[in-house]
Write a protein that binds this ligand. Structure first.
Ligand code: SF4
Length: 357
């Protein structure tokens, strides 16, 4: 089915969550589009990301002590997978269902997650002087920064903030001598420092340790100082003001680079990005005027579009799109989530392909 973005009504953003800060820093416009769309994505994300949301929910329930044994775990896991699949069906993303068949290492991740069960439930029963605070909302006094912290463990003067990640926590960087080294992703460092600051604003105390934990229970410390946490807080606050001031002035800026836009789910609504794909062919989205549509014997459809001086072919489109595409000749169309073939100008539709006009 052909999709339309419609009129975009920008709204001011009241608050930034620590997990959103880095993304807003990279492209302010993305945050404004997300707010305007009431955070409803215009494109599907990968099945791994949907599964990641389920895994994170389970981790949250384990750390809260709401899942304490294997039976609870299995029952809740099935329930949460069912809820997510239902949501995917409602959004028309039936091609990601069942998730078990679409996600790589589905069972392995489930097994790794189950291992966390023994971690938190065991500790919370044996150490009564330790305060476990899971999934609690914290916000700055001016309410500009707020979010739920996965877990805080308070033990006397020792306070540790944990954030759970279901994907990779580190990435490779190059040092000044050109040597590769691995370090915690910058976005996670900023996120944890913001958690530390909002925890401080709520309790009057800074944590003594910031940690990230992955599915395999590997723990990564994030070094920090109180000054750094305050600096990131000020930076976020200023960024929020700058982003909101765009709505008053009507002057918007975006940063359409491959790394920023690749996972942006608001690409169909971003005029900066849509201009970019017309001049740059490194993206997996294309646009142009539809000049012809052909149906092959196997039922597959190919659409031929003119993009500037180039002729592009999008093949493997579903049969049920034929009539609608035929009625759209001469219209400008935008195809998202394609596979780029080795031959120049040739693209193949995937299950996640969506067309906007
Ligand atoms: S598509 Fe790219 S430039 Fe546009 S809002 Fe998203 S990240 Fe920003």
């Amino acid at each position: 089915m052909m999709n339309k973005v419609g009129e975009i009504e920008f709204k001011k953003i009241r608050r930034i969550s620590p997990s959103q800060f880095y993304s807003m820093k990279n492209c302010r416009y993305k945050s404004l589009l997300a707010e305007a769309m009431n955070k409803k994505p215009l494109l599907p994300i990968s099945p791994n990301a949907y599964y990641g949301t389920v895994l994170h929910k389970l981790l949250e329930l384990i750390s809260k002590g709401e899942i304490i044994n294997e039976n609870d775990f299995n029952k809740t896991f099935e329930e949460q997978i069912g809820l997510m699949e239902q949501k995917l069906l409602e959004q028309g993303f039936d091609f990601f269902v069942p998730l078990q068949k679409k996600v790589k290492d589905f069972m392995m991740k489930k097994i790794l997650l189950k291992e966390h069960l023994h971690n938190f439930s065991g500790q919370s029963q044996s150490l009564t002087r330790v305060n476990y605070i899971a999934e609690k909302w914290y916000e700055s006094k001016d309410k500009t920064i707020g979010g739920k912290i996965d877990l805080v463990i308070e033990e006397g003067n020792k306070i540790e903030i944990f954030d759970f990640k279901t994907g990779a926590i580190t990435q490779d960087y190059l040092d000044d001598d050109g040597e590769v080294y691995s370090d915690v992703k910058e976005e996670y460092k900023d996120q944890l420092k913001l958690y530390a600051y909002i925890y401080y604003e709520n309790t009057g105390k800074f944590p003594t340790k910031l940690s990230l934990v992955d599915l395999a229970k590997q723990k990564f410390a994030v070094p920090f100082s109180q000054k750094e946490c305050y600096t990131v807080y000020l930076e976020s606050k200023n960024l929020l003001n700058t982003v909101n001031s765009c709505i008053d002035t009507g002057i918007f800026k975006a940063n359409p680079t491959e790394s920023n836009c690749k996972f942006c789910l608001y690409r169909p609504a971003c005029s900066f990005y849509l201009n970019q794909i017309e001049i740059c062919s490194t993206f997996k989205d294309v646009s142009g005027f539809l000049v012809n549509t052909l149906k092959f014997q196997n039922g597959n459809i190919s659409a031929y579009i003119e993009s500037g001086r180039k002729r592009l072919t999008v093949s493997n489109l579903p049969e049920e799109m034929f009539d609608e595409l035929n009625e759209s000749h001469t219209k400008k169309l935008y195809f998202f989530n394609l596979k780029r073939e080795t031959k120049d100008g040739l693209y193949t539709a995937t299950k996640a392909t969506m067309i906007y006009e």
